[in-house]
Design a protein around this ligand. Sequence first.
Ligand SMILES: [Mg+2]
Length: 380
Amino acid sequence: MAFAFDHPVLHCIPPPLEQIEFVTVRLPFITPFGISAHVWTCKEALLLRVTSGGFTVWSECVADPDPYYLSETTTTAAHIIRDFLLPVIKDGMTMAEILAEFRKVKGNAMAKATVENALLVLRAEADGVPLHALLGQKPARIMSGISIGIKETVDDLLAAVQEAVDKKYHRVKMKIKRGKDVAWVRAVRERFPDIQLMVDANCDFTLDDRPMLRELDAFGLTMIEQPLSYADIYQHSLVQKELKTPICLDESILSLDDAATALALGSCRIINIKEGRVGGLIESMRIAALCQQQGVPVWSGGMDETGIGRAVNIHLQTVPGFTLPGDTSETSRYFKEDIADPPVVLDREGFISIPPGPGLGIHIDPDRLNRYLVSRKTIR
Ligand SMILES: [Mg+2]
């Protein structure tokens, strides 16, 4: 039987869309961000700017310009948004009706999330409520987490972890890849025996690497994220059976159906919910509800977003089930300056506050937007 999920947000009607623009920005990273497959030196983001009834809202597509994390890119997302998603939205439709139309478009979760975010933020703005209230949630202090990319040397890695520990991040994630695995984890664990530490392989290993993955059991990791292929769920279940450490799936989970499959097979004991990767906030809430029913914790993964996407992730983490620290870091960990205010900062205990005000609670600085602007195009 399919997992039943009903929520008032499904019955809300987004305000009619008036002007719609694609805005592309490119923000240089303070330090290049490397995962097993690629190194990024900047965040190039596709933004949707939508106006309706005197309100202007911004939505960020989490896709990169390249397909090195998953298959969608900013170019494919723009095509799907413009040619297949926006045309099916008619004034007066409920979110449930809109999402039913979106389901006819296969895949393209990041494109769908971009439009869904804009619609929900617009509804929240028009109602004068914060996004998390539209999702039926109360304000909360949000836990922080940092994701440290692949470094050139172990010393560079130890320095980055030290910086995160000094900042009071609640958990540290280190990226690993073939050849930068057990020895690098051991070095961090020996220096920092008590921190909440996890690793993320971004799909770099195969079933043949099981002996190495078993060695990671010695380091008291909170989880091992996505060790095997993005296209696999079953083989992860074989690895999970051999490990004490929970596996967390990221790239493999693109929908509620994927999450249900992974839980049924025992492929993971934790799920990373990236709202963009699963097609939006409502699908994220459905996955969180399923996981909660089965006692599986979830957390909010990051895509190195600008302040727009970062704010969405902050609001999402008020949803029940998000019991582990996510990838939500301070803005200054990525960018010299961001296009959105206020920047995300950690308090003295490492927590993040939800930006106050209706919608996302942020506003875009026009000067900074212009400084990092790549292109701007009105599509309606
Ligand atoms: Mg990941």
